[in-house]
Structures are given as structure tokens and as C-alpha cells.
Design a protein around this ligand. Sequence first.
Ligand code: DX5
Ligand code: ZN
Length: 215
Amino acid sequence: MTKISPSLLSADFGNLYKAIDMLNSSAASMIHIDIMDGVFVPNISLGFPVMKAVSKRAKLPLDVHMMIVNPHNYINQVRDAGGAIMNVHIEACTHLHRTVQAIKAAGMKAGVTLNPATPIVMLEDIIGDIDLVLLMSVNPGYGGQQFIPSVLPKLTRLRELCASTGYHPMIEIDGGVNLLTGQELVKAGAEVLVAGNYVFSAPDPREAIASLAAL
Ligand code: DX5
Ligand code: ZN
């Protein structure tokens, strides 16, 4: 079984409770929340008040993906809005070690996210401190983009780093996930798949989640 973290970004924002209720009764393991600032990425999505409303209704942990500059400044707000995992981009953190410790001290799991062009070697000196690695398989900012296949050999390099260091953070992939790419990703060692467009554009989203979870 693969863990699935459906991305609310592709849900109908006019009817978020319907989407959350569907997820609560699906095979999803968590709910992926994409926070953007229009600076780190060119788009803007939702913020803490909306996330708080989501967390009140959700029965699954919130997997928060911070696509913003200086995510350190928002650690308490993510926690107070119901975040369980806080993923920060390595490209957005000057003092990553400090940020990771602060996320954990706030009572959340700490995830480190890499853009498609950021190499695995950047994780070498932080891998022992983190709970999760989130590899982007699209350039962040939008749902429904095409999968970038270079994440597959990158996953292999991440697993080699885990094996050589003895640290095993959870491995999550975000972007362009569908049944075909999902299958490749799981084969290469992905443990959590984020899926937005594939889930919410499916005629039966619950069934789409179940089919990914069965990979
Ligand atoms: C992209 C976001 C993703 C996005 C994935 O910037 O980080 O979480 O919602 O969407 P799909 O699955 O449609 O590529
Ligand atoms: Zn995301």
C-alpha cells in the first residue's frame, strides 16, 4: 500500500467541505495543503484562515507544503492552523537546520522539499534531522502540470543516501502523479504520492485515490 496525500489545490474551492468529506472517507492517508506567496512561486493559493477551516473538518493529518520565502516566520501559524507535517523548500531556507529544529519544537513533523533542479546531495547534512523528504516532480506553483521524469533517477540517489547514512525519512513525491507515473515512482521507492489533478478531475475521486493507494 502506498500512502496518498491528495492535494486540495485541485478541489472545488467553492465547496471545500464536500472535498474534505470525500477525503475523510477515502483511502487517503493525509491531505496536502499548498501554501503559496506569489514570490517563491508565481502563484497564490490559500492561507491560514482557510487551512484552519479545513483542519476543523478534516479527519486526516494535514501535510503542508510551504511554497513561500522565509517559511520560518510562519511555523507557529502552520501549527495553530492544524498542520501535522510542515514541508519547507531547501531553496527558501537560509538556515535550514534552525528551521527544521523549530518545526519539530513546535510539535510538527519536519519535511524538506527539493525543486526538480536541486540535487540530492543538498540533503547530506540534514537527512538525519528530518521526518520526510518531498521531491518535486514539477516546478511548484500550479496543479495539473506534466511530470518531470528526472525525479526517478533522483529517487534512486535519495534511497542510496538513506542506505549509506542509515537515516530513513519518509519519501514523498509531488507533481504530475497519475496511475502511470505513480507506478514508476513506487517502483523507484516513493512512499507517499501527492495527487491533485488526477484525483479531483476523476469521475470518481475516491476510486482514483484507491487505485493510487493500491500501487
Ligand atoms: C504544485 C503543488 C502540487 C500540486 C500537484 O505546485 O505543490 O501539490 O497541487 O498537483 P498535480 O497532482 O495536479 O500535479
Ligand atoms: Zn504541493
